[in-house]
Design a protein around this ligand. Structure first.
Ligand code: PEP
Ligand code: MN
Length: 338
């Protein structure tokens, strides 16, 4: 249930609503918007509560039920766009944020070459997996702690924030020491124990869309992060499973305007994992910018032929440099800059 307070409602008025909800065994989340405060009243039995319980309280403007499965990620709860701040870099604002780097951290030389190249071309966050959730247990699983240490070294040397994937809820605290953004991979979108732990950490998080998840399921998963008080949530469209097999996954460009309509959360796009092939990445990246995405997550490897993971879909540094130049005018045409 959503309780919209009047413009001039006092903090005491808001507190009366909050206490009333709590006395009924509900939990609450506040959106202290610039214009007015919105109170989300959450609990499995809010559907049975009569609206008048809150509608008649002082300072209350309107009470509505949110009929969608997701509540906190919805625009009803928070009409204004959310901005996620990573060391001063805002995702969801005018700046189009490009995150780039290798699929996996493989060695110091490989990572430093990749970071130098992507930074030079204008990427403002570096990606690199230390824990790799591979489809096969026999594939390279990542350098784990040694990979995290290399990421921390790159962050220090190049002064660039780092994003890396977390696959186990027990690793959240440790990885948070090394990374600025935690990534939840597509295969873990509905790993609720992981989401809850990352929610508690309050760290900026990129939540990838599950391979076969609807937008509603994705936003409901985001509610697990938001419910723990972590409002630093960025969504990432990375393609979904369809009948089409000429690409790795079908990049659902339509999810960008849909998310913008139904949610306040920023959305970035990973064209690399959808494309599966480097030659397709630039067109898909350009489409994402034009469709209103807030950023990109792209795989770049200094020598894709020797990559241990995802070499086929990785751009070379020079391909990436060219792509960045091609993206700039498109970003400008939709009121953004890179
Ligand atoms: C990745 O970003 O390296 C990755 C494994 O992506 P996804 O979870 O989207 O498959
Ligand atoms: Mn990859």
């Amino acid at each position: 249930m959503i309780v919209e307070m009047k413009k001039g409602a006092t903090p005491e008025d808001v507190d009366v609503v909050v206490q009333r909800a709590k006395s009924l065994g509900m939990s609450v989340q506040l959106n202290l918007g610039t214009d007015k405060t919105v109170v989300a009243i959450l609990g499995s039995s809010t559907g049975q509560l009569p609206i008048d319980i809150f509608a008649l309280l002082p300072g209350v403007d309107n009470v509505a039920r949110i009929m969608k499965p997701y509540k906190l990620a919805s625009r009803e709860f928070k009409p204004e766009d959310s901005l996620v701040s990573i060391n001063g870099i805002e995702v969801g604002g005018k700046r189009f944020v490009v995150m780039a780097g290798p699929c996996a951290v493989e060695s110091e030389e490989q990572l430093m070459k990749a970071v130098a190249a992507v930074k030079e071309s204008g990427a403002c966050v570096v990606r690199g997996g230390a824990f790799k959730p591979r489809t096969s247990p026999f594939s390279f699983q990542g350098l784990e702690k040694a990979g995290l240490e290399l990421l921390a070294l790159a962050r220090e040397r190049f002064g660039i924030p780092v994003i890396t994937e977390v696959v186990d809820p027990h690793d959240v605290t440790q990885i948070s020491k090394y990374a600025d953004i935690l990534q939840v991979g597509a295969r873990n979108m509905q790993n609720f124990a992981l989401l809850t732990e990352i929610g508690k950490s309050k760290r900026p998080v990129v939540l990838k869309r599950g391979l076969s998840s609807t937008i509603t399921e994705w936003l409901t998963a985001a509610d697990y992060l938001l419910a723990e008080g972590n409002n630093q949530v960025i969504l990432c469209e990375r393609g979904i499973r369809t009948f089409e097999d000429s690409i790795r996954f079908s990049l659902d460009i339509s999810s960008i305007p849909v998310i913008k309509k139904v949610s306040h959360l920023p959305i970035i796009v990973d064209p690399s994992h959808a494309a599966g092939h480097y030659s397709l990445v630039p067109a898909m990246a350009k489409a994402a910018v034009a469709a209103g995405a807030d950023g990109l997550l792209i795989e770049v490897h200094p020598n894709p032929k020797e990559a241990l993971v995802d070499g086929l879909q990785s751009l070379t540094p020079s391909d990436f440099a060219r792509l960045m130049e091609e993206l700039r005018p498109i970003a400008k045409s939709v009121g953004r800059y890179i």
